[in-house]
Write a protein that binds this ligand. Sequence first.
Ligand code: NAP
Ligand code: G4F
Length: 349
Amino acid sequence: MKHALITGITGQDGAYLAKYLLNKGYRVFGTYRRLSTPNFWRLQYLGIFDEVELFPCDLMDSFSIIEALRLSRPDEVYNLAAQSFVGASFEQAIASGEITGLGVARLLEAIRLVTPEARFYQASTSEMFGDNRYDAQDENTPLEPSSPYAAAKLYAHHMLKIYRKGYGLYACNGILFNHESPLRGLEFVTRKITNAVAKIKLGLESHIELGNIDARRDWGYAPEYVEAMWLMLQQDTPDDYVVATNETHSVREFLQAAFSSAGLNWEDHVRISEKFLRPVEVRSLHGNYEKSARVLGWQPKVLFSDLVELMVREDLERWAQWNRGVHFPWDAWNYPNEKKILSRKVKFE
Ligand code: NAP
Ligand code: G4F
């Protein structure tokens, strides 16, 4: 039986990847951070909490990484752990560099020393293209990061290439464009919108505050993207791949589609707040996944309008259940309102 180790198993992609690998017959190990309140809701939501084996581990702590590798003896390591929120990386630039950048160097060193035969997947990102001037981005597009998060990911991306070339590790960078789902964190714009649509529809909230709604992203469906991660590690030689839908849509289009799928007019419920504007914005991302299609045989099936609809439907269903007093593992009731969180843009009198 093959062993897989997933860092960041408590996150959106970690949970879906764990489920995918369990279905393929893998023994799945995952790392989680010690938090004051445990965060296993996604694994419970997918019904796999009892099927995965968990280690406490932090990418800031090399010894905890070594211990996770030593105990799990993985054939495949998927590094999904990161401070993954671009907005927060402006507020916590150093911690983002430590975790999202240097954390990967710690992991590569540990693999080199402890399990050099293990195949390694790194969660690289389209955010590395930055506020670029290209119509569509692929594996050869220049990388011009526009956030502390992207700069940290770029460092990790290059460290992987150095370890692949220098030490012969089987290691792949998956340059994934935005991918969403009902398990997406509530801070990211898609889920922030679909959660708000559900609350507004049910009379629990009246409006939502957003930043730059002209920004454009290439949004795909997360459960399909974890399959591409696995495919990358099954090839004869390691390489880097773009995973995307080859469509780009604005946040405004997302709003329009999400509110109208619940029979609402978005303009009645949206306010723009400078609190959600970033010091540097990535205005447009649009991925060309031709190489993934050609080499991996991968292509997206769920596209923009189906994605928006399935996310709205699930958030509506959850809030309706909550209204009926049904209890289930879920994040939203525990995170009542982003408005409580202050930002650097707040001026104190
Ligand atoms: P996510 O939901 O934010 O999950 C991030 C995971 O990293 C969580 O399990 C989190 O643990 C863990 N983590 C955070 N800090 C850590 C630390 N210091 N040590 C160990 N673990 C830590 O992110 P996602 O959407 O699943 O994305 C997975 C990966 O793909 C991330 O690396 C992200 O940057 C990258 N990526 C995502 C997208 C996308 O559109 N989703 C696109 C391109 C690349 P807690 O649960 O304890 O917070
Ligand atoms: O949903 P977002 O926060 O995602 P972003 O910044 O594109 O990053 C995500 O995708 C990356 C891949 O390209 C990943 F590497 C990264 O880990 C993460 O998963 O923001 C999307 C767009 C941005 O342009 C942002 O400025 O939406 C805009 N936006 C407008 N109002 C907002 C808001 N974003 C958030 N989070 N919240 C708002 O109120």
